[in-house]
Design a protein around this ligand. Structure first.
Ligand SMILES: Cc1ncc(COP(=O)(O)O)c(C=O)c1O
Length: 399
């Protein structure tokens, strides 16, 4: 008997991500890719990181940089995060912050912490594929999160059946994949729903800093803090990331939550990887202190211009019947194609005939619906490539 017959039941729920598989094909020359939601490497603060790694390996810091460390994370970085969170309306203390290996690790830990098999996770329809993958391993059922919608707490609780509704997961600013933002009323309504259901809220702030126009809306956690007075009374768990702002390769993210949640996550981190790489946390700390305040406005200018170029090109080249979102930030525009047009088929044709890549939208729906949708990312192409790529996509759609 081979050992793969011994895998636990959860293994059968783990599928290769359509995006990751696709990214393997994108090395071919001449492809214009709107597929990966990744930062433009030309914009990484490389000099700052070079100086930071040199300092971390210098005589004063090398022992700490290369040694084992505490699971909670590098203290100076957590102190910087206290100020950063305050700047977006969240008052918290050192004990409320855990550094994770990217926010993806936080999503995995939160799935592990909250979900027993059969429990319900409320998610957007569509939602971030990586969150679905992380939660899925803990064998939940997914239900459609309805904020301001026609399903209230009673309906959500009823459809959960035997299992409890454990949390609502959402990315309120410029979501992956739609680029859409939940307005203030929606955030307040979400908190009412979570109170009525007595469930946690997982707020994914991966794109929070990347706003190109419109006014910033307070994080859900900030709104809950304003209601309840102390983070210790809040049910919202905020997951942050340096991946979209400074570097995804260093794998540094963070969680802000009430102390009992952080303590339990620390135990998970001890069991899983002891701590995130200290030298990477030191480098992020130094670069954040040196240039976060100037780097973010630069990213907003560059990505904002790319967003504008994509929206203009869609206006110029899309045939009738195609609809798209107009994101105020982030990295994505979400297209709804005429019913019957299959995103995955379109991708095959676009790759083959005009060398344009994107992600078919079906993968972002827990039930595989939404086959007539696609996700386009504008972050990693310049304006000329964006215009040309969208022109070609329009050609394929017309054909
Ligand atoms: C909405 C969202 N959350 C979380 C992540 C994970 O980011 P990281 O683990 O690099 O912090 C991503 C990455 O694409 C994302 O789009």
């Amino acid at each position: 008997m081979s050992t793969h017959e011994l895998f636990a039941t959860r293994a059968s729920r783990m599928k290769a991500s359509e995006i990751r598989e696709l990214l393997k094909l994108l090395d071919q020359p001449g492809i214009i890719s709107f597929a990966g939601g990744i930062p433009d490497p030309a914009l990484f603060p490389t000099e700052g990181f070079s100086a930071a790694f040199q300092a971390a390996l210098g005589p004063d810091q090398k022992a700490q940089a290369l040694q084992y460390s505490v699971s909670e994370g590098y203290v100076p970085l957590r102190e910087w995060l206290i100020d950063h969170m305050r700047s977006i309306g969240v008052e918290c203390r050192l004990e409320n912050i855990l550094i994770t290996s990217g926010s993806q690790q936080a999503l995995d830990y939160l799935g592990k912490l909250y979900l027993s098999p059969g429990d319900t996770a409320l998610v957007g329809w569509p939602t971030y594929l990586g969150a679905l993958a992380a939660f899925n391993a803990y064998e939940p059922r997914f239900d459609r999160l309805s904020i301001n919608g026609n399903r209230g707490a009673a309906e959500h609780a009823a459809s959960a059946g035997e299992g409890a509704v454990k949390f609502a997961y959402l990315s309120p600013d410029f979501a992956n994949p739609t680029g859409e933002t939940v307005d203030l009323r929606g955030r307040e309504a979400l908190l009412d729903l979570a109170d009525a259901l007595n469930c946690a809220v997982i707020e994914d702030g991966a794109y929070q800093a990347l706003r190109y126009d419109g006014d910033a809306i307070p994080p859900v956690l900030a709104l809950e803090l304003a209601r309840k007075g102390s983070i210790e009374d809040c049910r919202t768990i905020y997951c942050g990331s340096f991946s979209k702002t400074l570097s995804p390769g260093l794998r540094v993210g963070w969680v802000v939550a009430a102390k009992p949640v952080i303590s339990q996550l620390v135990l998970m981190k001890q069991a899983a990887d002891l701590h995130s790489a200290t030298i990477n946390q030191m480098a992020i700390d130094q670069v954040a202190r040196a240039c976060f305040d100037t780097h973010i406005p630069m990213l907003r200018r560059v990505y904002g211009a790319r967003r504008d170029a994509m929206l203009q090109a869609l206006q110029d080249h899309m045939p009738d019947g195609v609809q798209w979102t107009r994101p105020e930030g982030g990295m994505f525009v979400w297209l709804t194609l005429p019913v019957g047009t299959h995103g995955a088929d379109l991708l095959a044709r676009a790759l083959d005939t005009v060398k344009v890549a994107f992600v078919p939208g079906g993968a972002f729906f827990p039930d595989g619906s939404g086959t007539n949708t696609i996700r386009l990312s504008f972050s990693n192409s310049d304006e000329d490539m964006i215009s040309e790529g969208i022109r070609r996509l329009g050609e394929v759609l017309r054909a």
